[in-house]
Design a protein around this ligand. Structure first.
Ligand SMILES: Nc1ncnc2c1ncn2[C@@H]1O[C@H](COP(=O)(O)OP(=O)(O)OP(=O)(O)O)[C@@H](O)[C@H]1O
Ligand SMILES: [Mg+2]
Length: 499
């Protein structure tokens, strides 16, 4: 079970502290409070930095919010700090973002917005930091609970909960990422690369599933043997059996010669079944048998073929749900899911963004004969705040365009595409109307929800179509809806097929 997230709320106004503590405690967080910057630092020191996120007021006597932020960035790197700023001090808030604040919320605050921001901060911390709770392991197990408890024996509080050793390589197997979640991926990869076990790679589109499949092959003793990829979504249903298992001459119209399938081609190597969820039901049965017995027949053939193939499968769908809804055979699912590797979406590991940017800039500079060195601070903040629905692939595309259009050595925020400029995701909570603003016209909640949902659907569809260059089938896959319902929605929103 994941630990209960801990928050530290810092505000010099007692009433405000009480309100914030109550509101966040109701969300299930363990909330500690501090009356000023010094008290906050003391509390952090006492617990060995074991909080998932800090919410702090900006103006406080003594050590103020900005100074506190700077100290936390220095001593407890990676700890998300959310700033509470009075109306009219947005400049300072932007300044805070540059120093490394996770986000800011303006006072008087909107409770929904605050909840959403804190949730995002906590999720980020959960993904990137290795914070353990009282009942957990070593150092943090000694973290005292009460405010009066003695300081921990170790004086180097920051190190105890440091996410990942920064000296660790920034990536493995051609994958960039130093976050906790990526380290976990490398670890599993390391362990299973040379085993005959089937691996199922899951993750949203563009998270690097194919990269992992290749890495598995390259770091196994099968390297040097064939790595054969089959995109199950791209092969017409009628051809998939012969593609996988081959066919004999005359097996069907057009089969003028016999031909080996991908299973045979991958003999002694790795067979990568990409987009496995798209495989039709009859083929699922045949595939199951081929996996169980390492044997199959060519279409129209009588001889049973035996091969030695290491299987890797990938999908951006939730196969468990596909099973529950009857689209994917349970027995096949269990056969494939022997070792699962889940790739985190980019928005859950924002700490890796600067590394990825650096790495990609180098690549695009070489390719485009440019000399772009860095993102301006504001642009980098936008990169971190954006939700990246298309993950690393989307970021590659955005950066390539930016490098192309950038004149100097630094990419300014003005060059960013609209979806990044609008500060965070164009979808989800940020796009939802604010009650305080929108309810003044006395709109019913139902109506509001309906409108917002429609708006959100439309935006998601446009994004998916853009990403797939107007390919409706691919866009439907991205959105995990059927092609038919995508077309209906497109009609409803007046979106034409060409995108
Ligand atoms: N961790 C990473 N480090 C560097 N590049 C990455 C990383 N993850 C993905 N990429 C790059 O992002 C692009 C998309 O990766 P990949 O094709 O492996 O994603 P995918 O999960 O298979 O996506 P889809 O579901 O759309 O097929 C590739 O160009 C890949 O090189
Ligand atoms: Mg892929």
């Amino acid at each position: 079970m994941p630990p209960t997230p801990r928050l530290l709320v810092v505000d010099d106004e007692p009433n405000m502290r009480t309100v914030l503590q109550g509101l966040l405690a109701r969300e299930g967080y363990l909330v500690e409070t501090a009356a000023d910057g010094q008290a906050a630092l003391d509390a952090l020191h006492r617990t060995g930095g074991a909080v998932h996120a800090v919410l702090t007021d900006l103006r406080m006597p003594g050590i103020d919010g900005m100074q506190l932020l700077a100290e936390i960035v220095k001593r407890y790197p990676g700890r998300p700090v959310v700033m509470l700023t009075a109306h009219g001090t947005v400049d300072t808030a932007v300044e805070a973002m540059k120093v490394g604040a996770f986000d800011f919320v303006t006072k008087p605050f909107n409770a929904d917005e605050l909840r959403a921001v804190m949730k995002k901060a906590v999720n980020t911390a959960m993904a990137d930091l290795d914070i353990v709770e009282g009942s957990g392991r070593q150092d943090a197990a000694q973290a005292p609970e009460g405010p009066d408890a003695a300081p921990p024996a170790t004086s180097d509080a920051g190190e105890a909960t440091r996410p990942v050793d920064p000296n660790q390589p920034i990536g493995r197997y051609g994958m960039i990422g130093r976050s906790k979640s990526m380290q976990d991926v490398y670890q599993v990869l390391n362990k299973v690369a040379d085993m005959p076990t089937t691996v199922l790679i899951t993750g949203e589109s563009g998270t690097g599933k194919e990269l992992v499949a290749q890495a598995l092959h390259e770091s196994s003793s099968r390297r040097g043997r064939p790595f054969i990829r089959v995109n199950c979504a791209a092969i017409p249903e009628t051809l998939i059996e012969s593609e996988l298992f081959g066919h004999e001459k005359g097996a069907f119209t057009g089969a003028i010669a016999s031909k080996p399938g991908r299973f045979e081609l991958a003999d002694k190597g790795t067979l990568f079944l990409d987009e496995i969820a798209e495989i039709p039901p009859e083929m699922q049965v045949k595939l199951l048998r081929a996996i169980q017995e390492s044997a199959f027949e060519r279409v129209g053939g009588l001889k049973t073929m035996k091969v030695d193939v290491r299987l890797v499968a990938a999908t951006n769908r939730n196969l468990q749900v596909e099973v529950e809804e009857g689209r994917f055979r349970e027995d096949l699912f269990y056969r494939l899911n022997v070792v699962p590797i889940h790739l985190p979406p980019l928005r859950d590991r924002p700490g890796d963004i600067p590394l990825l940017v650096e790495h990609m800039l180098e690549r695009f500079n070489g390719r485009l004969k440019k000399n772009v060195k860095t993102l301006a601070a504001e642009a980098e903040a936008a990169f971190r705040a954006y939700s990246w629905p298309g993950n690393v692939r989307e970021m590659e595309n955005v950066l390539e365009r930016l490098v192309l259009f950038c004149e100097g050595e630094e990419i300014g925020a003005d060059l960013l595409p609209e979806e990044l400029k609008s500060g965070g995701s164009t979808v989800g909570l940020n796009a939802a109307p604010r009650l305080d603003r929108d309810l003044t016209g006395r709109v019913s909640m139902k109506e509001l929800v309906r409108e917002t949902t429609a708006q959100l659907e439309k935006e998601l569809i446009i994004q998916a179509l853009e990403q797939t260059h107007g390919n409706v089938t691919r866009a439907a896959q991205l959105l995990m809806i059927s092609r038919k319902s995508l077309q209906n929605k497109m009609k409803e929103f007046n979106l034409r097929e060409e995108g």
